[in-house]
Design a protein around this ligand. Structure first.
Ligand code: CTP
Ligand code: CA
Length: 233
């Protein structure tokens, strides 16, 4: 392999990245899911590897392949993703939650395929909240001094701007860094360039960035290293 690949400034660090979107089963053939491809998580994994890190990718139903050279743990559901991230996090210096995790799952998984009702009625669907994996990691760190990073796609609305929502979420989650991605108006999903703002745990702006998913990934690792120089990890 070519050695001229830029700084290996993550050498000696172990990073965990979650990517993709969880699927919550309803019955043996159906699930509640989301459209996350895993591309941003894969970019984070690939760039961390290029910068010398040991990388564990917790991959939930990605529509793109994992980069060669990373340790992959395949998961389906939010509960499986939580277990895999918590296990991997025990030996990690940094955990980045780039996965789109279901906020709700069906209260029960029906053992056999749900049949269509003959009378034309629809069955009720009861949902329960999943565990907030990021908030839980930030609250009780599996490893002292570990850096925890979240991602949030936000739209501005009557309640406030993208930045307002990002700040409130940063405070609520307690992560060290929250990468906020404005979506809607042709931004985000499927767009060529991503715009991100990086906030610290108090909601302070630490970086602003626009570029490809790889550029964003590098900017995230730069922010992680800057935070670690300030003594967070
Ligand atoms: N996240 C998580 N566990 C969940 C839900 C979300 O770890 N059950 C993580 C995501 O991986 C992401 C961050 O939390 O890093 C923000 O996700 P987001 O969906 O924006 O946050 P929520 O608190 O679920 O808020 P919202 O109401 O906007 O969905
Ligand atoms: Ca959510």
């Amino acid at each position: 392999a070519l050695a001229l690949v830029g700084p290996r400034d993550l050498a000696g660090r172990h990073v965990v990245v979650s990517a993709g979107g969880t699927r919550e089963p309803l019955d043996p053939v159906r699930f509640l899911g989301n459209r996350s491809s895993g591309r941003q998580g894969v970019a984070l994994a690939r760039t961390a590897l290029a910068r010398g890190a040991q990388v564990t990718l917790v991959a939930a139903n990605m529509s793109v392949p994992a980069p060669p050279g990373v340790d992959v743990v395949q998961v389906e559901t939010a509960a499986e993703l939580r277990d895999a991230v918590r296990t991997a996090a025990k030996v990690a210096d940094v955990v980045v939650m780039a996965a789109a995790v279901a906020d709700y799952r069906p209260a029960t998984i029906v053992a056999s395929k749900i049949k269509k009702r003959a009378d034309g009625s629809a069955p009720p669907l009861e949902l329960v909240q999943t565990t907030d994996i990021l908030a839980e990691l930030a609250r009780d760190r599996p490893r002292p001094g570990q850096l925890v990073v979240g991602f949030a796609a936000e739209t501005g609305d009557d309640e406030g701007s993208v930045l307002d929502h990002g700040r409130a979420k940063a405070a609520r989650k307690g992560a060290d860094l929250l990468v906020v991605n404005p979506v809607g108006d042709g931004k985000g999903f499927g767009a060529e360039t991503n715009e991100v703002v990086v906030l610290d745990g108090t909601g302070e702006l630490v970086a602003r960035f626009a570029g490809s998913k790889d550029d964003v990934a590098h900017a995230v690792w730069d922010a992680v290293l800057a935070a670690s120089e300030h003594g967070v990890i």
